[in-house]
Design a protein around this ligand. Structure first.
Ligand code: GDD
Ligand code: MG
Length: 346
């Protein structure tokens, strides 16, 4: 059994953070989510991984290489044009085992995958879809099941009145290779709009099981923020880097934080962070490694990736900054989502 991670989407709803980065490489608690996902898989004894890549595929391949550093084997199925969720699986077919997991790599989760695999073995159908329940199902794939857990209808992103339930596709599947016969090659195919409805119609055994544990799709700015607030509140218990000082304050190594600085929990501060006199950080802030924050800066509900530089007397509220951003002095930013232009080498 191996796992295929779908990591090739454009990440449009997380722009500009994803302007030069694949969405699953966005930082979650100061590390790329995809790295956390690889570790999560290894911890569940899934050590053979295939990554379906397209948008900035080289960023992923350069970061992970063969996967040896993480104690896993990683192979890549790269697309020359975007093939969609099912097309990406079909493209990876030669690398997949008879039974395999598929995970939307933008799903931040700590789900027990082995219990999904045992359920799949028990029912003997071609596909198991991990399900979760949400209040508003309209931005997800929504299912209708019979009493045995078999999915009888799958509707992608329905209007509210057309949603058959609040049970949604969690973006985590177990599949048998025989299901791939029903995906055409070399064209864009959506598993949600085309393949699942077809497999259901052909009665190949598409089952759904509600999965337990933290689950959130990081694909919008609101949800990306929410994941961080859940992390800081420990609703999501992914280990946080740094040393915990007091309740809800995590500080990395080699930081310079004068005693006039006020840290209002919960806050996570990375390694080698330098904070100026009388700055107020928090509540709900995540500061990346090697950031420099000036004097009298006020920073609340803000996520800042590595190496950002904020000059003196700046107010930040509900912002998200990508790598290497510089904010000049005396700026007031509310709800700013910013990233730095990649300098292209000619
Ligand atoms: N390799 C590759 N190629 N990957 C792709 C492609 C592609 O052409 N298109 C999308 N992906 C990857 C994305 O990178 C992401 O990890 C995953 O497939 C899902 O795409 P999203 O664009 O994030 O879809 P969504 O969030 O709107 O909806 C999907 O996830 C929901 C759960 O959060 C659907 O599967 C829904 O049915 C589901 O409920
Ligand atoms: Mg998504």
């Amino acid at each position: 059994m191996n796992a295929l991670l779908l990591a090739g989407g454009l990440g449009t709803r997380l722009r500009p953070l994803t302007e030069s980065l694949p969405k699953p490489m966005a930082l979650v608690g100061n590390s790329p989510w995809l790295e956390r996902l690889v570790i999560h898989l290894r911890e569940q004894n899934i050590r053979e991984i295939v990554m379906a890549v397209k948008h900035y595929s080289e960023v992923i391949q350069d970061y992970f290489g063969t996967g040896e550093k993480w104690g896993v084997t990683i192979q890549y199925a790269a697309e020359s044009s975007p093939l969609g969720t099912a097309g990406a699986i079909k493209n990876a077919e030669p690398l997949l085992h008879d039974t395999f997991l598929v995970i939307n790599a933008d799903i931040v989760h700590d789900i027990d995958l082995q219990s999904l695999l045992s359920y799949h073995k028990r029912h003997g159908g071609a596909v198991t879809i991990g399900l979760t329940e949400v209040d508003d199902p309209t931005s997800y794939g929504v299912v209708e099941q019979d009493g045995d857990g078999r999915i009888v209808r799958f509707v992608e992103k329905p209007a509210r009145e057309e949603a058959p339930s609040c049970r949604i596709n969690a973006g985590i599947y177990v599949m048998d290779k025989k299901a791939l016969q029903h995906i055409p090659s070399n064209r864009e195919v959506s598993i949600e709009r085309e393949t699942f409805p077809l497999l259901i119609e052909k009665q190949l055994g598409v089952y759904g099981k509600v999965v337990d544990g933290y689950w959130m799709d990081m694909g919008t700015k609101e949800r990306y923020r929410q994941i961080h607030w859940d992390l800081l509140n420990r609703v999501y218990t992914l280990p946080l880097p740094g040393e915990q000082r007091g309740n809800g304050i995590w500080i990395g190594s080699s930081c310079s934080i004068p005693s006039s600085v006020l840290l209002i929990p919960p806050v996570l501060i990375g390694d080698r962070v330098n904070i100026g006199e009388r700055a107020i950080i928090g509540p709900f802030s995540v500061i990346g490694d090697d950031c420099i924050i000036g004097r009298n800066v006020r920073c609340a509900e803000t996520i800042m990736w590595h190496r950002c530089l904020t000059h003196n007397e700046v107010v930040l509220n509900n912002c998200i900054f990508g790598y290497d951003l510089e904010i000049g002095s005396e700026h007031i930013l509310h709800e700013a989502v910013m990233s730095r232009m990649e300098v292209l080498q000619s």
